[in-house]
Design a protein around this ligand. Sequence first.
Ligand code: GLN
Length: 288
Amino acid sequence: MTSLLQAWQGAKQRLEKAGLAGPVIDARLLVEAAADCTRLDIVTDPYRQLTAEQEATLADYLARREHREPVSHILGRKGFWKIMLQVNHNVLTPRPDTETVVELVLRDFPERAPWSVLDLGVGSGAILLAILAERPAAKGLGVDISEEALAVARDNAAHLGLAGRTALLRGDWTEGLASENFDLVVANPPYIASEVIETLEPEVRQWEPRLALDGGPDGLAAYRDLAPEILRVLKPGGRFAVEIGYDQKEAVEELFRAAGALDVKTFRDLGDRDRVVAGAKKPLETKA
Ligand code: GLN
């Protein structure tokens, strides 16, 4: 028989031994899910016994984590901004870095106005749904080339009660989309240089979709396609915000300036790394 406290301590030791980077939090999350308890239960009810089934579930979770399967895949979910998202190996697991995009957008777009947002490479729906959840009059379109990713985004929109304001469409970036249609365009495109992918942690390189990571030989392939296209589909005066790799500020800013964007700036994430390039499309001339 194993108590909650023993289970948590045992899990920590096992994950530490496996050399994982965050054994304490991982252990807690896996015990909570396997034993169907909250973080508070571990403290207030530490001697509660796990059922045989819960013990077996925990053993399975720990074995998977030792094989470097991400916690988000084992649990099938990940919190992002203020929402909980279902995730699997067909989508990039939402990262805290990406919340920088959401934060910027919420700063610039009013709560009650009926504006429209396009998320290119929508994946799980993280950026799009986090924005729509906070802006009840806005509506959004998410595009992805992966049908499997769209299935995840669709489930998430439904669970969050946002399906009525969220359209999801299979497509190759902006192909087939009309010009001057959106007030805001956001994207977290693949931006890792192809040869760097092999050097990433196994959680990323073995378990996450290459399609969402691989930015071509120099990591910038997606931005070359996207910069002029984002400027095309934005309404005059519309804004964009795209995630970038920590060392891509100059290159991506230049691509957007060359495409005619105004007010192009880079913003940092909470880890103080360059993370989001944002800017605007020129407004319509107003006659004096
Ligand atoms: N930030 C992710 C990573 O470092 C990559 C995301 C992306 O390519 N868009 O794993």
